[in-house]
Design a protein around this ligand. Sequence first.
Ligand code: COA
Length: 195
Amino acid sequence: MPTPALPPEFRPRPSLPVLRTERLTLRAVTSADLDAVYGYLSREEVCRYLLHEPLSREETERKLVLAEKSTALRADGDTARLAVVHDDEVVGEVQLTLVSAATATVEIGWIFSPHVAGRGYATEAARVLLDHAFETLNAHRIIAHLHPDNTGSSRLCERLGMRHEALHRSDLWVKNGWEDTSIYAILRRDWAARR
Ligand SMILES: CC(C)(COP(=O)(O)OP(=O)(O)OC[C@H]1O[C@@H](n2cnc3c(N)ncnc32)[C@H](O)[C@@H]1OP(=O)(O)O)[C@@H](O)C(=O)NCCC(=O)NCCS
């Protein structure tokens, strides 16, 4: 019997490197980012479609301390958060979560401060992170989970070339209610074809 072909292997990393674009620097979040991160995670409009309510300063700090320690993408469920810096100011963040090393599947996420909305920073930051995930981490498939009403996020997925693959009905119990989840995804071959 021939040996079954193995899927491409995810290349685990102890941390994500500093990534640069024309306008932005992406680097690991630290507790020193508290003022900026609390500035947006404490806002109702920013958290409307996130899994949590607006955070207190103490909650934001606790999450940053945890994020500072969890930079590796080695085991399923590991998450790395990167601050997005423009002109020395943290304007938002992007993150990668290793969903499954066996199938080289990674989830991408993003949160930006409303004061920089509409400038293309989220698109620019997500693009360089997708490049890194496909080219360096050897991801096969990158997904995004979003609330179906989060049109800012679905437009961002579409700008990145991600396809709407599914609408999971009532699969999340969040903020005291059942919510649907929209799934977007892009494969390495789709990404390569766009370059
Ligand atoms: C989702 C989110 C990051 C999208 O932010 P955004 O400002 O729409 O995204 P970008 O920074 O990429 O900006 C894109 C907009 O800027 C415009 N733009 C201007 N210059 C641009 C450039 N150089 N490149 C790309 N777009 C540019 C685009 O046309 C687009 O405008 P449009 O929305 O009118 O079509 C933001 O709404 C957010 O942080 N929301 C709260 C947190 C959240 O819900 N996160 C997602 C959970 S799933």
